[in-house]
Design a protein around this ligand. Sequence first.
Ligand SMILES: Nc1ncnc2c1ncn2[C@@H]1O[C@H](COP(=O)(O)OP(=O)(O)O)[C@@H](O)[C@H]1O
Ligand SMILES: Cc1ncc(COP(=O)(O)OP(=O)(O)O)c(N)n1
Length: 487
Amino acid sequence: MSGIPRVLSIAGTDPTGGAGIHADLKTIGALGGYGMAVVTALVAQNTRGVREVHVPPVGFLTAQLDAVSDDVEIDAVKIGMLQDAAIIEVVRDWLARVRPPVVVLDPVMVATSGDRLLDAAAEDALRGLCTDADLVTPNLAELAVLTGRPVAATWDEALDAARRLHESTGTLVLLKGGHLDGADCPDALVGPVPLVGPGGVHEVAGARVATRNTHGTGCSLSSAMATLRAGGASWPDALVRAKQWLTGALAHADALHVGRGNGPVDHFHELRAPADRAWSAEVWDAAAAVRAGIEECAFVRGLGDGSLERDVFTWYLAQDARYLGEYARLLARASALAPTADEQAFWARSAQSALVEEQRLHSAHLDGRRPADPAPATTAYTDHLHASGRTYGELVAAVLPCFWIYADLGTRLTAARHETHPYDDWLAAYGDPAFAEATAQAVRIADAAAGAASAHERARMSEAFRRSAEHELRFFEAPMALVPARA
Ligand SMILES: Nc1ncnc2c1ncn2[C@@H]1O[C@H](COP(=O)(O)OP(=O)(O)O)[C@@H](O)[C@H]1O
Ligand SMILES: Cc1ncc(COP(=O)(O)OP(=O)(O)O)c(N)n1
């Protein structure tokens, strides 16, 4: 494969650009591929429904397919609307001759509007095509037709149906939770253990975005899977990234204002993001007063100029040791929830660093004494962090101020360092360039999570960050408040 995956969509059209080959080409481009398209059917449709379908002669479909494959090395194919058995036959013949390394089949049957996009007589032929694909991505209604069972009403029923489809076809199944009710919107890969892991199910959790603009989500998801897999991702990693991207596209869908019905998602929301204000910049600026309070508080000033009483500092360290023990648990939880291997590894390293490096420094200062009981400010902070662990985005937002405020203080306090400074090793730890880099990575991760979040989830992230920043201030104020004469 060349560096850029060459992905062919075989599908029908949508002149409003939300579904079919139009959605496929946008998706492939948005996820870094080179998109190509062979048209199976011309569909006069918009965001409110399908008006008419024109199917060119099947000989012309063969001519299109051959024109592409005679010339271009195809890394992946995504197959969408096929309309009738004759078209399915042509595609099967072509696949038998030209077998691209990745074949994803979205078994399109009925649009959200209720209009049929596949003849009822072609359902058997489509079952046959499922066996030729590497991945098949039915929604719940399509899964019911393919398995000959009633439409699943619960996630467990849907998983059962997906297992049946996998068993009857031998093909990996991407089960989609879009048509279930509730605040969650999970997807899952169901297939052989070597491909998807223990139990033959790899579930990817997701929050439901509150929007009616979901037109073309199935087309977009299947094209995303084809593109990411052709780019070298495992199927589970492809699903994690595809879902993160699609959730962001849904979260930005309302801003498009395309059509009066079920509008499309914003495939290019990630390209537009740099022009938007980063989430991190928003919350950092919003916390300006709290940050100023920290810089000006007696404890931080005393730490900077070295005038801080040793017993006050020791009290602070004992509390910090208590805090870090809990903080490490929360970082480990972020690692468990992380959507990518890189983020998982980052949070795991951070948890280890919080436990080992920081506590090593503390034990040097605490001179072997056991950490004290947690003070109210310490408990309030760690309670808040635990309460913020509902979703990955919120948790990442909640743990971020501890990185960022300390790194920021570190760059300022580094200027105060000198050989005989009583707290020089402490100032060095927080001014450490490696800690600054870890902080920058935590900020990047939080911005990516905010980019994929719904407006509601993004607001929760901002609130989690704001409250953690306030807890940081109280944490710095606590040692001096306990010793009022020194404040
Ligand atoms: N409101 C929503 N919020 C978040 N994800 C959604 C929403 N609706 C659909 N999805 C996601 O879009 C993809 C397509 O799912 P689905 O709607 O079930 O299929 P189809 O578009 O083929 O009917 C899945 O990844 C699903 O989880
Ligand atoms: C040409 C064409 N192909 C497929 C669909 C259905 O797309 P899907 O992604 O399942 O989205 P909804 O129709 O469910 O919104 C289509 N409408 N047109």
